[in-house]
Write a protein that binds this ligand. Structure first.
Ligand code: FMN
Length: 327
């Protein structure tokens, strides 16, 4: 299946792994890339530049295929502008081919110094956006592609709450650069639908947690399979950063605090689990915020990245052919 995205990144399948703090480490990144997609190495997992550089080199030992690095420039307790500069320096020095940026666009960092250097170094920039105007901005300043991130997505959907089904065609008709869809993507049906909506590929994150190569506690994978599409919630509007997370004890507490306008300091302890080993390594599903998307309703098994990507392509092609014969 060739699209503008497979051509742009030199990959076999138009399927990309979205950034996941703590989970998108070299093993999973390389597994997705070796399976023919675009694997992600998420920079925020490595606050020190040296560790990030080591991780990039580790990916290169595990795969000869293209991969991308995610740099998240959202308000964060553990990262700031100096970290972002270090990440982009490392990306340029290590010749990383593609970068996924979320939050602040990179032209706003250090008065535009970094976007100029990245473009000069021929690094392809992709921005994750939740609105048409943000996609248009990314195109104007030199990004190679945009990700249309609908409100269904895990992580931090924009608080305008536009669904993938509307956001994707709106962005596709508003920019000339390729569009990748994310939020609600997990199967071959998702890929077929995304192509119909005007996208050139899909990005998934939650789906990749339930792969054999994602090193999280088995409880996490089983809980994602057990839970359905109506078991995630939006939170964070009272602290200025909306997020979507799995419905659990911690998020219920967060919502209770937000309902009475309790404030950031009171909320922080309940969302802190995401940053520690309790959830991902120990499999305790009620001790913090677990950022997953509504796509969990579509996740039914744990498979290898290769099997997953091949299955998605086969199913998408079958659906597209079936629709064609009906016309
Ligand atoms: C466990 C997890 C961690 C995430 N961490 C990040 C992150 O560090 N930076 C980021 O830009 N997006 C992050 N996201 C959002 C994803 O990259 C992606 O936009 C979103 O999850 C897509 O929706 P889906 O999970 O339903 O496929 C995370 C998502 C998950 C599930």
């Amino acid at each position: 299946m060739k699209t503008r995205i497979t051509e742009l990144f030199g990959i076999k399948h138009p399927i990309l792994c979205g950034g996941m703090h703590r989970l998108c480490v070299p093993k999973l990144c390389a597994a997705v890339s070796n399976a023919g997609g675009l694997g992600s190495l998420t920079a925020s997992t490595y606050p020190a530049k040296d560790d990030f550089v080591k991780a990039i080199r580790e990916v290169r030992k595990l795969t000869k295929k293209p991969f991308w690095c995610n740099v998240t420039m959202l308000p964060a307790v553990h990262l700031g502008e100096e970290n972002y500069k270090n990440y982009f320096d490392a990306i340029i020095e290590e010749n990383v081919p593609v970068v996924e940026i979320s939050g602040m666009p990179v032209d706003r960092l250090a008065n535009g110094e970094y976007i100029d250097r990245l473009l000069e170094a021929d690094v392809k920039l992709v921005h994750k956006v939740g609105a048409v105007r943000h996609a248009q901005h990314a195109e104007k300043v030199g990004y190679s592609a945009v990700i249309a991130a609908g409100v269904e997505e895990g992580g931090h959907p924009l608080n305008e709450n536009v669904a993938t089904t509307v956001l994707t065609p709106r962005i596709a008709e508003s920019v000339k650069i390729p569009v990748i869809t994310t939020g609600g993507m997990a199967t071959g049906r998702s890929l077929a639908a995304a192509l119909c909506l005007g996208a050139d590929g899909i990005m998934m994150a939650s789906r990749f947690i339930c792969t054999t190569e994602c090193d999280v506690h088995p409880n996490v994978k089983q809980e994602i399979i057990r839970r359905q599409e109506n078991e995630t919630v939006l939170y964070g509007n009272t602290i200025g950063l909306q997020g979507r997370a799995l419905l659990n004890d911690s998020i219920k507490k967060v919502i209770e605090i937000e309902d009475r306008k309790g404030g950031l300091q009171e909320i922080l302890p309940h969302i802190a689990g995401t940053w520690g080993p309790d959830i991902w390594e120990k499999g305790n599903m009620n001790v913090g915020l677990i950022p997953v998307g509504q796509s969990i309703g579509l996740i039914k098994d744990v498979v290898s990245c290769k099997e997953l990507l091949e299955r998605i392509i086969k199913e998408a092609e079958e659906i597209i052919n079936r629709v064609k014969t009906k016309l």
